[in-house]
Design a protein around this ligand. Structure first.
Ligand code: UDP
Length: 446
């Protein structure tokens, strides 16, 4: 099979967000190991580091974006701008690649880069969507909104066996309808749904055993082949694709902490938290008496006099018990024996990374699929607690419940069970490698 794919050429179009870049490059690495040659098309803002991947060709397209647009203030607006600004450059870029290579087996594009699908349709190339969110996210945000909502709520509930998933479905619908999508949100949703209709396949960075019921539900609505290829970070683990410099000193600090004693706190690469929440987080961590490792990104206003003085005050009051960094080597941190809990915004990458290391989670979702992921974590997999009340006393109590109290035993055990399942899933000859072989075959045959 690999011989036959030597001449196959895949173009991967990625977006500018950290979690999406990670997944795209990991996928490209695996496809390359299966014999595909790879061209990565990326935006100018937040380019990947080509020297980490000498075997790939990198092409940059103009995006007309500024650093300041990369915030959580209006994600749909940002995604709309990306697609508007990049459509024409992407078309020219793909035409150029096609002329020089004569052949493109498939264009795999990040689901946020849906402008790629009409372009590849026009060029007569097969398009494949890469979802860096869960299959559940695919169901809620892209499949169900195309359907008649009333029919579909009743229908989907009648088809699901577990009460937790039924609750999750309702909760998801509630979250969807209460979010009052903006004009940009509606436009982006419709464009994505259209792209999915002509996409020749969908790739999801997930593990089948986590989402069995949801996957069978999607298959009822969507005839497109779906390849579940996760956990990508475990399958292509070697490269560091961080856009910020990782502060490795935190590993030496972790080495000095007792097993499973540290709560790791990170809200990913985009989320911003307001002043009051920052203060309550600092106090909650201080009062919990647990050792903590906290990522406060510069774009979360780190560097402002006010934030620096809060963090300095915190470090003074907790001394060696706390460690604050601008960016952490997260996968290494989660795999460290000293880490016993992860206070997270529940981005999909963070969720999958935590599951693979058996770390129970304290969930503080902010928007979009983070809300669905938190519900999965707390209600379906039961490996975390949701932090609904952000007052410092509640933070302190919930950290203790998650990390040390008897009450958290069940959650901690469930998290370890899921880690074992993930390890077994990875070891099996079955699921993941079958999925990749299927994907490789699909790409070579379309
Ligand atoms: N990450 C990291 N260091 C940090 C914070 C995050 O390496 O200090 C990585 C993390 O391992 C994950 C990605 O950044 O792979 C964040 O993706 P996720 O989907 O969790 O959240 P997003 O940033 O997209 O909101």
């Amino acid at each position: 099979m690999e011989e036959q794919q030597k001449s196959s050429h895949v173009v991967l179009v990625m977006v500018t967000f950290q979690g999406h870049i990670n997944a795209a490059l990991q996928l490209a690495t695996i496809l390359h190991s299966k014999g595909f040659s790879i061209t990565i098309v990326h935006l100018e803002l937040n380019p990947p580091n080509p020297s980490n991947y000498p075997e790939f060709t990198f092409v940059s397209i103009p995006d007309n974006l500024t650093e300041s647009q990369l915030s959580d203030k209006d994600i749909p607006g940002l995604v709309r701008s990306v697609n508007k600004n990049c459509a024409a450059p992407l078309q020219q870029c793909l035409e150029k690649i096609l002329h020089s290579h004569h052949h493109i087996s498939a264009v795999i594009y990040d689901s946020f880069m849906f402008c790629a699908q009409p372009i590849v349709d026009d060029l007569g190339l097969p398009g494949v969507t890469l979802c860096t969110h869960s299959a559940l996210g695919l169901l809620f945000y892209h499949v169900f909104p195309q359907l008649n909502e009333k029919v579909c709520v009743a229908d989907c509930i009648s088809g699901l066996e577990s009460p937790e998933l039924q609750a999750l479905q309702l909760q998801g619908f509630h979250a969807l309808s209460s979010q009052n999508p903006t004009e940009a949100g509606m436009e982006v949703g419709a464009a994505f749904a259209n792209a999915l209709k002509s996409s020749s396949a969908i790739i999801v960075n997930s593990m089948e055993f986590l989402e069995l019921e949801v996957l069978s539900k999607i298959k009822q609505y969507l005839p497109t082949p779906i390849f579940i290829v996760g956990p990508l970070h475990k399958l292509a683990p070697t490269m560091c694709n961080s856009l910020c410099t990782e502060d490795n000193k935190c590993i030496s600090w972790l080495n000095k902490q007792a097993p499973k004693s540290v709560i790791y706190v990170s809200f990913g690469s985009i989320v911003n938290i307001d002043k009051q929440e920052l203060i309550d987080t600092a106090w909650g961590l201080s009062n919990s008496k647990q050792p903590f490792l906290w990522v406060v990104r510069p774009s979360m206003d780190r560097g402002s006099e006010w934030t620096e003085s809060l963090l300095n005050g915190l470090e003074e009051s907790v001394g060696e018990r706390g460690f604050i960094v601008k960016w952490a080597p997260q996968k290494e941190v989660l795999a460290h024996a000293a880490v016993g809990g992860f206070w997270s915004h529940c981005g999909w990458n963070s969720t999958i990374e935590s599951i693979c290391e058996g770390v129970p989670m304290l969930c503080r979702p902010f928007f979009g699929d983070q809300i669905l992921n938190a519900s999965y974590i707390c209600n379906v997999w039961k490996i975390g607690l949701e932090l609904k009340n952000l007052e410092r006393g509640n933070i302190e109590r919930t950290i203790k419940r998650l990390m040390v109290d008897m009450e958290g035993n069940y959650i901690r055990k469930r998290a370890m069970d899921l880690k074992e399942k993930a390890a077994f899933y990875l070891m099996e000859d079955g699921s993941t490698s079958c999925s990749f072989d299927g994907l490789a075959k699909h790409i070579s045959s379309v």
